[in-house]
Ligand binder design. Structure first.
Ligand code: PLP
Length: 423
């Protein structure tokens, strides 16, 4: 595994080897036709109806296989949530799922209000960061078919030791699959398939597309073969369900996401360096009570963050001067923090930020800030939000703007303008 997958033109363009019709072009065309001419009845040249397959979606999927280390198959969906729904449906009725407790609000809503009511799928939410091995093994039932991990979690950025959970899953009699939602770190900072995960999912809406102009998702499965894991069969099932549901991304969105993916490595380096600078700035600010960024050396799980880095991220770190990473390492673009005064202070601060836009979502080149309890995580019941530490937490998606840019206010300028009341 080398970082060359981030620069190889075949992967970046998504061309299939030997695709003569495409080879003269550097950039692939967007092919929007919904249907394809057949020369004889039932005889087509690979595509018949774009719902079932189209060149741009295929090309994007090949690019995703190139990006996610250890991947053999990628299946693109109309959104991250459509990916979640399809993976859960592939488990069949009356399955049990063990999920990290601090899971994305939409996934929590789907598990508790849709999968449970329509398919009888039960979910147990466990603090996979702090629970002992025996407690996790006890929570795995005979019908537990899937363990759902996000790491870092959204928005409290808890870290899960993926190889540890994979090891426990392999010991459990029901041999549950391990799924990692790798949206937050992207294929650049984390390679869960190399750590033994069976399925990686992404909301491509976020870092992979990276420009806040596409909603899309993907499931990515390993290339490796294991006797008790039928990845080929699962891929066929997911493709069948995608087609049956019609949870398909459009050719143009596929084209945009593939174009965005070409710059993933460059963007992720900038997101990580900016996030580290901003987390360090916040740590020493008197108005701030608490900063969460697993890349900070002062965080208790920093060693786990370092150990979990993908080969590409490790290579990136080796190019940085030691002095620049003495107090922490770039570890994705997400930073969470709590102000003295909690939610009330955050509600005053957020509309005043000048470089950060007050908006939901994450992973785009522009910096965004939000209050998860009132925005992205409003669907989680208040008591659970309180228990998880979401109440009053501010979540930043650090973009790739020049971090020294204070001419237009910048993050520091916007924040410092509020110190009068916040302190
Ligand atoms: C971690 C994570 N997973 C999945 C999703 C769902 O993705 P989408 O909005 O593309 O449906 C989101 C959306 O915010 C997310 O943050």
């Amino acid at each position: 595994m080398t970082i060359s997958i981030f620069t190889t033109n075949d992967h970046a363009s998504g061309y299939a080897k030997g695709d003569q019709s495409q080879t003269p072009q550097l950039a692939p065309s967007s092919r929007l036709s919904t249907t394809y001419k057949q020369d004889e009845v039932g005889v087509h040249k690979g595509f018949e109806y774009s719902h079932s397959g189209n060149p741009n979606r295929d090309a994007l999927e090949r690019t995703l296989v190139g990006l996610e280390a250890g991947a053999g198959h990628a299946i693109a969906f109309a959104s991250g949530s459509a990916t979640t729904a399809t993976v859960l449906q592939s488990l069949g009725p009356n399955a049990h799922i063990l999920s990290v407790n601090d899971v994305y609000g939409g996934t929590f809503r789907y598990l508790t209000r849709v999968a449970k009511e329509t398919m009888g799928i039960e979910s147990t939410f466990v603090d996979l960061e702090n629970t002992t091995d025996n407690e996790i093994l006890d929570a795995i039932r005979v019908n537990t078919k899937l363990i759902w991990i996000e790491s870092p979690t959204n928005p409290t950025l808890r870290l899960i030791d993926i190889p540890r959970i994979v090891g426990l899953a392999r010991r459990a009699p029901s041999k549950p699959l391990v799924l990692v939602d790798n949206t937050f770190l992207s294929p650049f900072y984390a390679s869960p398939l190399l750590q033994g995960a069976d399925i990686v999912i992404h909301s491509l809406t976020k870092y992979v597309n990276g420009h806040s102009d596409v909603v899309m998702g993907a499931a990515i499965l390993p290339s490796s073969f294991t006797p008790d894991r039928d990845y080929e069969g699962l891929v066929q099932k997911l493709r069948f369900l995608r087609n049956a549901h019609g949870a398909v991304p459009s050719p143009f969105d596929s084209w945009l996401a593939q174009r965005g993916a070409k710059t993933l490595a460059v963007r992720m380096k900038a997101h990580g360096l900016n996030a580290l600078r901003i987390a360090s700035f916040l740590t020493s600010h008197p108005a701030v009570e608490h900063v969460i960024y697993p890349g900070l050396a002062s965080r208790s799980l920093h060693a786990l963050a370092r150990a979990s880095l993908s080969p590409h991220a490790q290579q990136f770190l080796s190019t940085l001067p030691p002095s620049s990473i003495a107090h922490g390492i770039p570890y994705g673009g997400m930073v969470s923090f709590r102000l003295h005064g909690g939610a009330r202070s955050a509600e005053v601060l957020l509309p005043k930020l000048r470089l950060f836009t007050l908006a939901e979502s994450l992973g785009g080149v522009e910096s965004l800030a939000e209050l998860p309890a009132r925005m992205t995580h409003a669907s989680i019941p208040p008591a659970e939000r309180e228990a998880l530490g979401i109440e009053g937490l501010v979540r930043l998606s650090c973009g790739i703007e020049e971090v020294e840019d204070r001419g237009g206010g910048g993050f520091s300028g916007g924040f410092e303008g509020c110190v009068g009341w916040a302190g």
